[in-house]
Design a protein. Structure first.
Length: 456
C-alpha cells in the first residue's frame, strides 16, 4: 500500500502528530496510525481535501470580460447574465473540454479533490441537439479523465424563461430540455461516466424555481428515485427571483420548496442569500447542505448568506467556485467569514470555544462538500476516499504554527501557494504545488482563449 507520513495531520477526531496514512489499491484510506515512525512519502501538514460543490466550468473563460458597467446605471446579476448568454454561444464541445480541464486543474492546485459540476450547457447554439445528446456531458467527463479530479456530474433540467412558463430566450436555448428528453440525456451522461474511476458520481439538478415548473421538478424527483444521487438547485439567490416566485406561487422560494419537495440530506441548495431568519432555521433543520459561493456571490452582488443563524440551527455548508473567475479554496472560506464579520460587526464570528475560525470553516466545508457531492470523503479516516491535501510547512506564514493555528494562517494569510500536494481518491495529481499535467492542459486552454477572443 502507498503510505504517507505527516508531521501533523487533521484526523477525524482532531489534530495528531507523526501520522501514517495507508492508501489501498482502490484509492481509499486503509489505515491511520498516530505516533508512527517515518516511512513512505513524507509531507509536513496533511488535511482532508474538500469537494468543490458548485461549478459552471465554462464561465472560467469569461474572467475579466464582465467588469465594465452596462447602459443600466444599476448593473446587476441580470445584466451580467445577458453577457454570459452572448459568450456561451461561441463555445464548441472542444472548447468546453479544454476549459473544464483547466478549471479542474486549478481546483486541484487550490486543494479541492472533487469537482461537482452543475452542468446545463447541453445543446448547440440555437438549441439543436448534438448527434450524441450527451455530447457536452461527455466532454466534462473527458476533462475529468485528463485532470484526474473526482467528479460528481449534475445534469441540469432547464425548461422555461421564468415562473410564468415563457419560452426560453435566444441565450438560453442551449440549456433547454423537457423532462422526457432530459431523462434520455441523463442516461447518456451515465454512460459517459462509466469509464471513469469508481469515485465518480451522477446526480440531478433542477436549475431553479424560475427555470423549472412544478411539474418539471416532480419529474426530476421521480427520475432521482429514492436513495439515488445528490439533488442540487439554485435557491433564493436574488431579490428579483424571490419576488417572481412569490408572485407566481404565493410563497417565497425556500418556503415553497420546503412545502412541495422532500428536502433532506441528499439536497444541496445553492446560494440561499435571500432568506428570512425563519426560513434559514427551517431549511437548516432538513439536513440539506447550503452550497455557498462567496466569491461569485460578491462578484454578482447577490447578498450575504446568514451563516450565523444557519450554524445555530445545526446547518451544514460547503463551498464552490461557481463562475470560476477565481478558483481559491482559501479565498472562498475567507470571504465567507469576512462577510459575516461585516454583517454582524464582530470578529471570529463562526469560531467556537473548541475550534478556531479557520478550523470551523475548513472542517465544515470538507464535511458539507462531501455530503453535497455524495462522496465518501471529508475526513482522514479508514474507509474514506483518499482525498488529501498537504501544506508546505516551509511557507513563511506557517513557520512555528501548530494545530488550529495552521488553518487560521492558511485561510487568512495564505492561499494555494501553500498547497504542496493533492490526492483525489489516491491519485497523486499535484506535486510540489503543480498539477502533473499542467503544461498540456494550460496550452490547450490558452489556445481556446485566443480563438474565443478573436470570435468575440
Amino acid at each position: 500500500m502507498p503510505t504517507l507520513f505527516a508531521r501533523q495531520a487533521l484526523a477525524q477526531d482532531g489534530w495528531a502528530e507523526d501520522v501514517l496514512v495507508e492508501i489501498d489499491a482502490q484509492g481509499r484510506i486503509g489505515a491511520v496510525q498516530r505516533n508512527a515512525r517515518p516511512q513512505g512519502e513524507r509531507v509536513d501538514i496533511l488535511l482532508p481535501a474538500p469537494a468543490n460543490l458548485h461549478s459552471h466550468a465554462f464561465q472560467r473563460a469569461m474572467a475579466g470580460l464582465t467588469e465594465r458597467r452596462g447602459p443600466d446605471p444599476h448593473d446587476s446579476f441580470w445584466t451580467w447574465r445577458q453577457l454570459m448568454f452572448r459568450f456561451l454561444d461561441r463555445l464548441t464541445p472542444e472548447d468546453v473540454q479544454a476549459i473544464a480541464a483547466f478549471v479542474q486543474m486549478q481546483m486541484l492546485e487550490a486543494g479541492f479533490a472533487c469537482n461537482t459540476e452543475f452542468h446545463y450547457l447541453h445543446h448547440q447554439p440555437g438549441g439543436a441537439e448534438y448527434e450524441r445528446l450527451e455530447e457536452m456531458s461527455a466532454r466534462i467527463a473527458a476533462a475529468a479523465d485528463e485532470s484526474g479530479i473526482g467528479l460528481t456530474l449534475l445534469p441540469v433540467l432547464y425548461q422555461q424563461g421564468g415562473c410564468d412558463g415563457r419560452e426560453l430566450g435566444p441565450g438560453q436555448a442551449r440549456f433547454g430540455n423537457e423532462p422526457e428528453r432530459f431523462a434520455r440525456l441523463v442516461e447518456g451522461a451515465r454512460a459517459a461516466l462509466a469509464p471513469l474511476p469508481a469515485d465518480t458520481r451522477l446526480g440531478l439538478a433542477p436549475h431553479s424555481l424560475r427555470a423549472v415548473s412544478p411539474e418539471g421538478l416532480a419529474a426530476v424527483l421521480a427520475l432521482a428515485g429514492e436513495g439515488g444521487g445528490p439533488i442540487h438547485m439554485h435557491l433564493a439567490e436574488q431579490l428579483a427571483e424571490v419576488d417572481e416566485v412569490q408572485a407566481a406561487h404565493g410563497a417565497r422560494p425556500a418556503e415553497w420548496l420546503m412545502a412541495n419537495a422532500p428536502i433532506d440530506r441528499r439536497w444541496c441548495l445553492i446560494h440561499c442569500t435571500q432568506m428570512t431568519q425563519a426560513e434559514t432555521s427551517a431549511l437548516a433543520a432538513t439536513g440539506a447542505v447550503a452550497g455557498l459561493c462567496p466569491i461569485t456571490e460578491a462578484s454578482l452582488g447577490d447578498g450575504i448568506f446568514d451563516a450565523v443563524h444557519w450554524r445555530e440551527a445545526g446547518g451544514q455548508f460547503g463551498v464552490g467556485s461557481d463562475s470560476n473567475i477565481r478558483i481559491s479554496l482559501t479565498e472562498e472560506l475567507r470571504m465567507l467569514e469576512y462577510s459575516q464579520r461585516l454583517r454582524e460587526r464582530s470578529r471570529a464570528v463562526l469560531a467556537t470555544q473548541e475550534r478556531s475560525t479557520g478550523r470551523v470553516l475548513f472542517e465544515e466545508a470538507a464535511r458539507g462538500g462531501a455530503q453535497a457531492a455524495a462522496r465518501e470523503s471529508g475526513a482522514i479516516a479508514p474507509g474514506m476516499w483518499a482525498d488529501l491535501l498537504a501544506l508546505d510547512g516551509n511557507a513563511i506564514d506557517l513557520t512555528g504554527k501548530r494545530s488550529d493555528t495552521v488553518l487560521d494562517a492558511w485561510v487568512f494569510a495564505g492561499g494555494e501557494c501553500m498547497v504542496s500536494d493533492v490526492w483525489s481518491a489516491g491519485r497523486h495529481m499535484v506535486r510540489a504545488g503543480r498539477h502533473v499535467a499542467r503544461e498540456p492542459i494550460t496550452r490547450r486552454y490558452r489556445e481556446t482563449l485566443h480563438r474565443l477572443a478573436n470570435a468575440l
